[in-house]
Write a protein that binds this ligand. Structure first.
Ligand SMILES: NC(=O)c1ccc[n+]([C@@H]2O[C@H](COP(=O)([O-])OP(=O)(O)OC[C@H]3O[C@@H](n4cnc5c(N)ncnc54)[C@H](OP(=O)(O)O)[C@@H]3O)[C@@H](O)[C@H]2O)c1
Length: 244
């Protein structure tokens, strides 16, 4: 197991939900964290709740669907911390609709965020990790991407495409000491999941138990980052044990 003490970690979609939990989990390990998303106020709140002290975090407001947004995240990270050890592509969007109700705009939004955003991160981050002779990119996919799902068919297809993109690129760069890993969680108790499915958010935590918690997902991300340096987890599927 590798120590994450003083490592430099970038988390996209760090303003809420799973991303905010990932920031907290890396903070506990002693890492420095760059928090990226579009909403500055929510990023500041996420940083404040993470326990990261001044100097150990940096906030970047950026739209990851644009090359300029990705360049901003990467250049500010290098300026502040000098390197990138772990880059977590967590930002993602989804629309819960039948295929005939899904608009072209919604289709483009899901592909631009869930796929193009990750592609842009590869273009900007891999050259830096090649120079460093190492690093890890962790992509948050979804168990829905393992096979098609009704009402979220386009969303699931973005995650299936993400899995294939990640596996292919991972095999291009593994000999440069760069790991590209995918974590595919089943449904997680975030506003995203409830807005997405239209399910009513339960009042009691016990009722939410059939979904994963954001902390369970964040712990799995950190476990991937702590893997033996000579071993690479390519794809890991995370599900709740009990679905009662
Ligand atoms: N919740 C689930 O059930 C579940 C299950 C499996 C996988 N996932 C995946 O887990 C990831 C996080 O999901 P979540 O449930 O935490 O969602 P969430 O609560 O809606 O958070 C999404 C995050 O992505 C950011 N984001 C969205 N579009 C962006 C853009 N263009 N540029 C920069 N940041 C952007 C949002 O920040 P701003 O709005 O501030 O930009 C926010 O921080 C997603 O990739 C999702 O597909 C979720």
């Amino acid at each position: 197991m590798q120590s994450l003490d003083n490592k430099v970690v970038v988390v996209t979609g760090a303003s809420r939900g799973i991303g905010a939990a990932i920031v907290k989990e890396f903070a506990k390990e002693g890492a420095n964290v760059v928090l990226a998303a579009r909403d500055r106020a929510r990023l500041a709140e996420s940083a404040a709740q993470s326990g990261l002290t001044r100097g150990r975090f940096h906030i970047v407001t950026a739209d990851i669907t644009r090359r300029s947004g990705m360049k901003k995240i990467v250049s500010q990270t290098i300026r502040k911390f000098g390197r990138i050890d772990i880059f977590v592509n967590n930002a993602g969007v989804g629309v819960h609709k039948s295929i005939l109700e899904t608009s072209e705009k919604e289709y483009d939004g899901m592909y631009d965020t869930n796929m193009k955003g990750v592609f842009l991160s590869f273009l900007e981050v891999i050259p830096i990790m090649k120079k460093q002779k190492g690093g890890q990119i962790i992509n948050i996919s979804s168990a829905a991407g393992l096979r098609g799902e009704p009402m979220i068919a386009v969303y699931a297809s973005t995650k299936a495409a993400l899995n294939a993109l990640s596996e292919g690129v991972a095999r291009e760069v593994r000999n440069d000491g760069i790991k590209i890993s995918v974590l595919a969680p089943a449904s997680v108790a975030t506003d995203f999941a409830y807005n997405f499915t239209g399910e009513k958010k339960p009042n009691r935590a016990s009722k939410a138990k059939k979904k994963l918690t954001v902390d369970e997902v964040a712990q799995a991300v950190v476990a991937m980052a702590k893997d033996n340096p000579n071993a690479w987890t390519s794809l890991s599927v995370l599900r709740p044990l009990s679905v009662k």
